[in-house]
Structures are given as C-alpha cells and as structure tokens.
Design a protein around this ligand. Structure first.
Ligand code: HH2
Length: 275
C-alpha cells in the first residue's frame, strides 16, 4: 500500500477479537478461563492475525459500563499470558490502558475516540503506542435509540477528522493513529451500509481505516434475520468489500477465513502473486 501508514500496518491486517466479557453479543462467555482466552488469541495469531484485541467491557447495544476494577480483573490475567505477542487493548480507560501497555500491549483501541477519558490521550502520547479512534453516537447504553444524522458519511468523517486533530494536539504521533467508522455504534443497518459503501471518505482523512463488521447485526439483517448475529461468510463478504474501498485493518472473529479471503482480494488488487 502507498501512503503514510504502509510501514505500520500492512494492508490488509487482520485483528482477532478476544472478548473477555460475560455479555458480548457475538461470542459472549465463550472463554472459561484466562488460559482459554489466551489460547484462543494464540490460535488467531497462528492463523495470521497481525494483532489480537483484548477487551473486558462489552459495547453491546444497551450494555452497562463495568467498573474499572472489574475491567482490570478480566483483562490483566489474559494480557499476562500473552506477554511478548502483538496485542491491542480494547478500552476507553486510562488506568486500564496504562496497565495493558505495561504488560506489552502495542495498541489502544478506544471506541470513544478519547472522549470518555481525555487523559487516555496522555497515556498513548507518553507511551508511544498505536491508537484506534472510533466513531460512536451516544454511549453503548443509548446508541441504538433512534440514531439520526444529517448525512451519516459526512458526520462520521467530520467527527473522525476532529478526533484525529484532538489526538495529534494531545501529542500523539499522527503515524500512530488509525480511524474507524464504528459499524453498529449508533447506526441503523442503512447507516452502516452507507458508511461501508463510502469508506473512501474516511480513507481520504489520510490515516489507515479499521473496520469492525464481523458478525454484526446489520449482516443478520442483510441475510433476512435468519439469526441474531451475522454469519462468518457474510462477515468475510463485507470485509472484502471494505478492503476494496481502502480499509487497512479488519477486526474479526474468524481470523483464518478473513486472512485467506483478504489475501485473495489483495492479490486481485495487485494483479500479481507478489507485491
Ligand atoms: N466493535 C466492537 C467492539 N470494539 N472496536 C473497534 N475499533 N471497532 C469496532 O467495530 C468494534 C470495537 C463490538 O463487537 P464485539 O467485540 O464482537 O462485541 P462486544 O463489544 O459486545 O464484546
């Protein structure tokens, strides 16, 4: 890929999801112990994930926030077992991020884009780790209550541009930042599909774009609501469509399928076997 981020995140890079939450919408409660969660993370890395994203607070629509202590209690034992491996911490809290970075996390994935705790920006700036800034309308508790935009693509692009400027102003190196339209975070299925279709608008902000559409309910809607969450096949289809529109990072549950599908999509984009 050409552009400022080619060195940090090759395009495509797959980020495996390791939710350590009892109530996550798509894989909730699937890990019985920190060792199980760490084992799943290691398998994702063996399957070709560039990073694993460990999170201890569910952002499922309607979810309540958990306490800082509870979030730490969930993620620290998993991070300890993943020392030395490429890990991202899915948190909006400065204390959790600082602890995670101390345990080796290389990226902070903040669904609040440094709004919930602006002091998180200081942690990222001081420690020099990567950060993902995501758009969300409202909070997980309220975000799916009649989300409205003037123009969802314009509004999300303007928000991400503003948060990028905030992060740089707080001392975070621009090349450390990636941006995420926040599929499912205060958006109807049509909002999500419009954002994916016009991902070029987010890409035009000049930073790598992360897309998290894996198993999201918009895909279930696309499939006629056959199940509560989108299938892995639908997730892969949406990821490839996002890749075609310039996405760089893909936060996914089924790592192996995405790695293979995106390798094929990238080869077609190049029109050759090797770069
Ligand atoms: N989606 C979820 C959580 N974190 N982070 C980023 N940057 N982008 C996303 O789209 C995103 C995210 C929600 O998905 P999941 O992890 O499957 O579920 P839950 O939050 O309920 O644990």
């Amino acid at each position: 890929m050409s552009g400022p981020s080619a060195d940090r995140w090759p395009r495509p890079s797959v980020v495996g999801i390791v939710n350590v939450t009892p109530d996550s919408f798509s894989d909730g409660g699937s890990y019985a112990s920190p060792a199980d969660a760490a084992g799943a993370a290691r398998r994702m890395l063996a399957d070709g994930a560039a990073l694993v994203d460990v999170g201890g607070e569910s952002t499922r629509p309607g979810a309540d926030a958990v306490s800082e202590d509870e979030e730490l209690r969930r993620v620290v034992p998993v991070l300890e077992q993943l020392a030395g491996l490429p890990v991202s911490i899915d948190t909006s809290r400065a204390v959790v991020a600082r602890r995670a970075v101390g345990l080796g996390a290389a990226m902070v994935n903040d669904v609040s884009a440094l709004r919930r705790e602006p002091e998180l920006a200081e942690v990222v700036a001081e420690t020099g780790v990567d950060v993902c800034l995501m758009h969300m309308l409202g909070t997980p508790r309220t975000m799916q209550v009649e989300p409205r935009y003037d123009d969802v693509v314009d509004d999300v692009a303007a928000f991400l541009g503003e948060r990028l400027a905030f992060a740089v102003g707080a001392g975070i190196a621009e090349e450390r930042i990636c941006l995420d339209p926040g599929i499912g975070f205060g958006k109807t299925p049509d909002h999500n599909l419009a954002l994916l279709r016009r991902l070029d608008r987010i890409v035009a902000l000049g930073r790598p774009v992360l897309v998290g559409v894996s198993r999201k309910s918009t895909l279930a809607r696309v499939l006629g609501d056959a199940g509560p969450v989108g299938t892995d096949a639908a997730s892969v289809g949406a990821a490839v469509a996002a890749f075609d529109r310039g996405a760089t990072l893909f936060r996914v549950h089924d790592v192996a399928a995405h790695v293979e599908a995106l390798a094929a999509a990238a080869a077609v984009e190049r029109g050759s076997l090797v770069a």
